[in-house]
Every structure is written in C-alpha cells, then in structure tokens.
Design a protein around this ligand. Structure first.
Ligand code: BTN
Length: 254
C-alpha cells in the first residue's frame, strides 16, 4: 500500500481515530481492505481527495472530481447482529453529519441513496468478508458530494446535488470527514438493532410508495410496505406475495 499523504490519530472515538489520507487512490474501498487484511483495528478509516477507480453498488463506477467530495471507507469488525445493518448505519450517519454541518434535512431512498428532493447527495457501499479466524470484517464506504459544483458536471444535472448546491457555501472537507466519523461512531455505538431499524423506517421516503425494484436476477413491482429487522425492503407484489429484498435499484412510481 502506498504511503499516505497525511495520517491522523484522534482521541476517544473508535471510528475515525486513525485516518489515512490520500490525495488520490484507486478506491478507498481497496485501500481499506488492504488495511483490514493486514489486521487494522475497527474504525480505521481511509479518505481520498480523488479516486481513479471509485465504485458503487453492482460494481458501477463512482465518479468524483478532485477535492469535491468526501470519499471515505472505514474498516469495521461488526458483531453478527449488526453486520446486516451497515448500510443502514452508514446512511443514518450521513443524515446526522449533514444536519450537524449545515442543518440540511435529507431522506433516504432504499437501499443506500441519501438525497435531497430526489437528487443524490451521498451513496453508501457496504462490503463484507470473513477473516482468517472466521470473524466478520467489513468495509463501509461513503461518498458525500460536499463541494461538487454542478455547473461543471452537466452529466449530473437533475440527478445529483451537493452541500455547496444546497447551501450556497463551501464546506471544509476535513470538517466534513470529522463530522461523518463522529456520527458513524455514535450511530454504530448506539447499535440497538431494533432502534436502528426504527430510525431507518423514518428516514426512508420509499415506504408506502409503489416502486419497481431491479435486482441482479429479477425485477419486481409493487408496494414498498415496510423494512424488516435486517433493513430489507418488504415489497408486496400485486399477487399478494411479500418479498424481502436485500438489494436492488428502486424506481418510484409516484
Ligand atoms: C452507491 O451509491 O452505489 C455507493 C457509492 C459509494 C461511493 C463511495 S466513495 C468512497 C468509497 N470508495 C469507493 O470506491 N466507493 C465508496
């Protein structure tokens, strides 16, 4: 792994206590996995000014300009009861951090899109593996559009937003990173799974809507009725069947 451009230790909180900062990496997910495989402690984080191979769900490219977004990945060593809820934890932490940074209220489109008025502000990516002792290890990645200037990104018009676009002022990326790690630490530490799912239900604006969910193998349409204890979407199709979905792309039908 290349030497980081900067490195920081903070007291107290586990998440974000040790942060490796890079001006540029392929993907902070890969850098964090490298640290995790080498035994990095729970909460060790990687941030980058830019990524040359950032990725989102379904291995889609995650594109961001230089220094415009908070690009972070955190090594987590979760208890089995929390492991299915890492995307939930990531999204809730983004909501809290954004509210702390600029008072902005956001919603979540299941499973991982933090948005403002339907425009994507942040994406969350959870990847899990088993370590050599059989214990679960995960990397939680978050891309938050902080100072993204949408005038420079016509390809994102109508689909993305940023803190800059919403508030009209720039936000220091290190402050944004610290707010995110503090929020992640607090949400993760509060991890009563039932309370997390209750917050998840409140944060989702997908519920109660008719949606189409495109998964790897199938596309289903119906009513997004609820989420279950693992954060999965409970979709009621028109034949009356209830499907528990753990992934997919949601399109709202109105
Ligand atoms: C998605 O919306 O599909 C999730 C996007 C996650 C992007 C972040 S940016 C930081 C971290 N590094 C990556 O390569 N991906 C995640």
């Amino acid at each position: 792994m290349p030497r980081p451009d900067w490195e920081r230790f903070a007291p107290a909180a586990a998440i974000g206590q040790h942060v490796y900062g890079y001006r540029s990496v392929g993907s902070t997910m890969d850098a964090a996995w490298e640290l995790a495989e080498a035994g990095a402690a729970h909460g060790t984080a990687v941030v980058a000014g830019t990524q040359t191979a950032g990725r989102g769900r379904f291995a889609r490219a995650w594109v961001s300009g230089d220094g415009e977004s908070l690009l972070a990945s955190v090594v987590l060593r979760p208890h089995a009861s929390v492991a299915p809820l890492l995307t939930v934890i990531g999204c809730l932490a983004v909501l809290d951090a954004v509210r702390e940074l600029c008072g902005l209220a956001c919603a979540v489109k299941w499973p991982n899109d933090v948005h403002v008025g339907g425009k994507k502000l942040a994406g969350v990516l959870a990847e899990g593996r088993t370590d050599t002792t059989g214990a679960g290890v995960a990397v939680l990645g978050i891309g938050l559009n902080v100072n993204l200037d949408l005038a420079q990104h016509p390809e994102l018009a109508g689909t993305a937003t940023s803190l800059l676009a919403e508030t009209g002022h720039a936000t220091d990326l290190r402050l944004a990173g610290d707010a995110l790690f503090r929020s992640l630490d607090a949400v993760y530490g509060s991890a009563d799974p039932a309370a997390l799912v209750a917050r998840w239900r409140d944060a989702l604006d997908t519920l109660g809507r008719r949606v189409t969910v495109r998964g790897r193998d199938a596309t289903l349409s119906g009513l997004a009725e609820d989420v279950d204890a693992a954060g999965r979407l409970l979709l009621r199709t028109d034949d009356g069947a209830l499907h528990a979905l753990s992934e997919g792309d949601v399109t709202l039908a109105g």
